[in-house]
Design a binder for this molecule. Sequence first.
Ligand code: FAD
Length: 448
Amino acid sequence: MQSNAKRPRVVIVGAGFGGLNAARKLAGRDVEIVLIDRTNHHLFQPLLYQVATAALAPSDIASPTRAMFRRDRDITVIMGDVTGVDTARRVVAIRETGELAYDYLVLATGAAYSWFGHDEWAAHATVLKSLEDAETIRLRLLGAFEWAESRTDAAEIARLLTFVIVGGGPTGVELAGAIAELARSTLARDFRHIQPAAARIVLCEAGPRLLAGFPPSLSDYTLRTLGELGVEVRLGANVEMIDAFGATASGERIDSANVFWCAGTEARPAARWISADAARNGAAQVEPDCSVPGHPDIFVIGDAASLAGADDKLLPGLAAVAKQQGKYVAEVIARRIAGRPAPGPFRYHDLGTLAVIGRSRAVAHLGRVRLRGFPAWLIWSLVHLFLLAGFRNRLMVYMNWSWAWFTYGRGARLITGIPPEEESAAPLRDETAQAAKRPRPAGTVLRS
Ligand SMILES: Cc1cc2nc3c(=O)[nH]c(=O)nc-3n(C[C@H](O)[C@H](O)[C@H](O)COP(=O)(O)OP(=O)(O)OC[C@H]3O[C@@H](n4cnc5c(N)ncnc54)[C@H](O)[C@@H]3O)c2cc1C
């Protein structure tokens, strides 16, 4: 596809928070927009942990990108994996379909988890970044209780029912709290031989406190609340080893069939594609208008970009930053095309941060206001409902949450599939394969 000389073509790579908002804001202007993503959906990552813990179904938090732009005739959506950019020829390379020319390029490819130089741990721990990851965690989580029920060896049951979460940021805290509630409430009475409530949930954080981006008082509240939920929090616990049978943190060995990795992130390789200088986490260092030094027609936004805010601190990897940058670069491009003066540099408007710990328990840091407990949880719920894309998803999530709030039930408890090919999953995998061959016993605990 060649670029149309009359209408400049804006190619946006990534239909996450940044790319989606750039496309929306550009829609209707005198440009041709091509939005490329390797998946066919926009994913609301803040609620991934609820899919992982069987509170929501995958389709509740994702929407087909193509359907979101049904009415925007100027926007072409392409499902494809971008593998590089030739800045001299102004083309992006798409694995499946070849090259695509651009006049303006917006790279919004987000971030992936970093294993801090221990890529071998990826074989034994599960991350939470995509819908597939969330389904894998759900499968392993629910599977662990199922297999433990039929085991007789106490050590093996204990290993199956020990869940280690690495990383005490919002994702680790949310996952730990949700697993604790799943074990202590939802599953508590469903088994005959094991006591789900006795499951161990161990949260390892290398730093001195949880939720390091929040004020210390809210970190303390989070620590106390997780303790009340029965989560064992290890602060200053450096994970030194993850293998098929558990993890070692600051010298302590924890036997576990399930290690979930929620630690540091690194930007996807957008900076390498355009040979831009990268920050320590691989994010492209951009100018105050989010363009790439030496390439004024290329912009990098969201988690893939590294830019300091007004306080000289790097902007955090948050959906709000990506959304605001997406809208901002759309304005920069539209004005440049129209021959109008550029807006001032990008300014992030910090609307606050929220993290949920469990049912009716959350923390909120909204400027000078610090909330905890039910008020913070109520704000968290309303904000997340409001930010979800699409009326159907909002309705489904609202109904699921209401049901769960009154009943402690979780609606998405089906086990469908076989755990991934990992050594640590071997006992599960073998038994799943055997179970698939056996007729399902009456009164099975699998349910929708
Ligand atoms: C589990 C979890 C919970 C979170 N909770 C919160 C929260 O509560 N609040 C908050 O503000 N932030 C939260 N975040 C962070 C937030 O989701 C990110 O900051 C935000 O998604 C960044 O937006 P983005 O557009 O830069 O990237 P993303 O939203 O990650 O989008 C990147 C897109 O690029 C696509 N892509 C990547 N590489 C390629 C390629 N080579 N070719 C084609 N397409 C590609 C991906 O498929 C994806 O759709 C959370 C993140 C996670 C993982």
